[in-house]
Design a binder for this molecule. Structure first.
Ligand code: ADP
Length: 623
């Protein structure tokens, strides 16, 4: 997190400018509406006082009917101003209501578009978490509120100063001597304004000092909130965690962690509160002194006859507003700068560069599925890692061949699939499709060639039909056929709402709960529905028993007849039907051939793995 970095005024301004530009895209003329709304508010406040003061002056002075009528009709303008003001307020307020979801949508759009590597990168994930966790206290909402405050302060200062300026020229009509003469002099007015200005500067300094402390304690508080929220909400609320909490009595561990973070959070909250109080106290004292001096000065001017009761009301009100505006301005600037920490992080996330090369060549649309893919001396290291997950891999997928990929955990099987599907690009070497480097193809076109069921696939709380087709409109017969092939026939026919049944109960109390095995079958049906020339199963059947897995794999084999298929499995028995088996070890293919051929090499890894598993099945069978 780069919040400790000091930004220059220009950098602060540029962040705010960019944020405003972005907001303008969803709420046109956003800044104008903020400024106009604040202007109307300030004008109605200062204006009402001015009119009241002028009426009082007139009633206690010349009592001109025409002037009184003009002043009273000014109230009508004020009503009109309030109506126009409300239009701008509605625009600003509407943004205020949608801002947080709009921010989430921008972040989500970025995560859809960003290179896949960023979604796995721990630094990127931590930054995203930080943005999400601070979103309550910072963001575009705060930008809006503080912009309104800033304009409010600026308008009050301008309007107040404009009216008070007249005070320099208000003198007593009587001849005065001594102290009274000094009170009436422009010098006294100047001294008064200098004193008020000094008090405002002191107030600004205090506010800036405490605001910085408040922001620091807010940040510390937000950092404690991350683990606290995880333990109190995310983990405990996760129904899947319930079993572990009970069986492993995790409540002790959770409670002690919560106690620790709660203690720190409470400390930071108190620190935050104390700084707020000190800030308010300091401001209130300065405000009181400044107000008393103002009352005294204006009262003295009335006493010497420079202006009447109306003038007292008018000038006292305006000077108080000027002092208030200094506080509002300094506070809003401090808040805007603190909010820039969040916006900077937010923009850093949006600006994450894409390092993948996205080509433009469309892939050939072939009904014969002749798509030759070949790895040429491919090596790969994950970002921030010195270790090669794939080493110098050269390998060709023959069209229509069924290839099993086997090997120990961490031997690089899934990484090879990620490279094949261009979730990552090779660190060294290259991959070709029909002789052309895959980076030269249009990315979406290239991805359309693959149907993959990953180990950690996800289903959504959408209807069964939508989950399989990944679309709101789908071919029902095709969805049903894919579900049948995946082994869900009985289950689907027993569902009262059929394909319309919503999976899980997150949004629908009639949603269906499905077992791990059923989820895997639905994920396989989804891969079948895509009907891509390459089908890849990356151990999606891990929670099925060996027989069920074998059944699915061999049925799948029938379904993907003329397609190229890659099967990854721990269970070598499931892969016997494949044409070829690639044995991975420490990022390399150390053996490649048919099941029978590989078994002949009694010193080979495949023989070792096969016997280790065959032994296990035999032991289980005799037990
Ligand atoms: P397999 O599928 O054979 O179990 P993987 O391809 O998942 O193996 O992993 C190969 C190696 O790459 C392992 O050492 C693993 O720890 C590492 N690895 C996998 N994913 C990542 C990642 N996102 N970041 C860093 N290292 C990773």
């Amino acid at each position: 997190m780069k919040t400790e970095k000091k930004r220059t005024i220009k950098q602060e301004y540029l962040i705010i400018k960019r944020a405003i530009k972005l907001v303008n895209e969803t709420t046109p003329h956003f800044t104008f509406h903020c400024a106009f709304f604040s202007f109307c508010c300030s004008l109605t406040r200062v204006g009402s006082n001015y009119i009241t003061a002028s009426i009082v002056d007139e009633l206690t002075g010349d009592r001109r009917i025409k002037f009184l009528v003009i002043m009273l009709s000014c109230y009508l303008i004020e009503i009109l101003l309030r109506i126009i003001r409300d239009y701008s307020w509605r625009r600003v307020r509407t943004f205020n209501i949608i801002a947080s979801k709009w921010e989430d949508m921008l972040l989500n759009n970025k995560s859809f578009e960003t290179d896949y590597k960023n979604t796995e990168d721990s630094t990127v994930r931590a930054n995203r978490q930080m943005i999400t966790d601070r979103a309550g206290q910072s963001g575009f909402n705060v930008l809006m509120e503080q912009l309104v405050c800033f304009f409010d302060g600026a308008w009050l200062l301008l309007l107040g100063a404009g009216i008070c300026f007249g005070m320099f020229f208000k003198h007593s009509p009587h001849e005065l001597f001594g102290a009274e003469k000094f009170i009436d002099s422009p010098l006294m007015t100047l001294v008064f304004f200098i004193v008020v200005a000094i008090l405002s500067v002191v107030d600004y300094k205090k506010i800036t000092k405490f605001s910085r402390r408040i922001v620091e304690s807010q940040k510390k508080r937000a950092l404690c909130q991350i683990p606290l929220h995880y333990y109190l909400n995310d983990y405990t609320d996760d129904s899947k965690a319930g079993k572990d909490i009970h069986i492993f009595n995790q409540k002790r561990l959770i409670r002690s962690s919560v106690d620790r973070f709660y203690g720190e959070w409470e400390k930071c909250s108190k620190e935050w509160f104390v700084n707020m109080r000190k800030n308010n106290n300091a401001h209130n004292i300065i405000y009181l002194i400044s107000n008393s001096i103002t009352y005294l000065y204006v009262a003295l001017k009335v006493y010497i006859g420079a202006f009447g009761l109306g003038g007292f009301l008018k000038y006292q009100f305006c000077i108080t507003r000027i002092t208030e505006s200094c506080t509002i301005l300094s506070r809003s600037i401090a808040e805007l700068r603190a909010n820039n920490d969040y916006l900077e992080l937010f923009f850093e996330y949006l600006d994450m560069p894409s390092e993948m090369h996205y080509g433009t060549i469309p892939t050939e649309k072939r009904s014969d599925n002749i798509y030759d893919i070949e790895f040429h001396n491919v090596s790969f290291r994950y970002p921030h890692s010195d270790v090669y997950a794939i080493k110098n891999l050269s390998f060709k997928f023959k069209v229509g061949e069924k290839v099993a990929v086997v090997g120990m955990n961490g031997s690089g099987k899934t990484t090879m699939i990620k490279l094949l599907c261009r979730l990552y690009d090779p660190t060294e070497g290259y991959i070709t499709l029909n002789g052309i480097d895959i980076t030269k193809y249009d990315y979406e076109d290239y991805l359309a060639l693959f149907s993959v069921v990953f180990q950690d696939f996800r289903l959504f709380s959408f209807s069964l039909g939508e989950n399989v087709s990944c679309s709101q409109e789908y071919d029902e017969d095709k969805v049903l056929s894919c579900l049948n092939i995946a082994g869900m026939k009985e289950r689907v026919s027993a569902l009262p709402d059929g394909l319309k049944s919503v999976i899980y109960k997150d949004f629908d109390e009639n949603g269906i709960e499905i077992s791990g095995g059923e989820a895997q079958k639905i994920a396989i049906a989804r891969a079948l529905y895509k009907d891509a020339p390459f089908v890849i199963l990356d151990e999606p059947t891990a929670s099925l028993d060996p027989l069920a897995e074998y059944e699915i794999y061999s049925r799948f084999n029938d379904m993907v007849k003329n397609k190229t298929a890659v099967y990854i499995s721990h269970r070598l028995s499931s892969c016997r039907f494949c044409d070829k088996i690639a044995v991975f070890h420490e990022g390399e293919i150390i053996q490649f051939g048919s099941h029978e051929d590989l078994l002949k090499d009694t010193n080979g890894k495949y023989y070792e793995l096969w016997n280790a598993q065959a032994q296990y099945y035999k032991d289980n069978a005799t037990a």
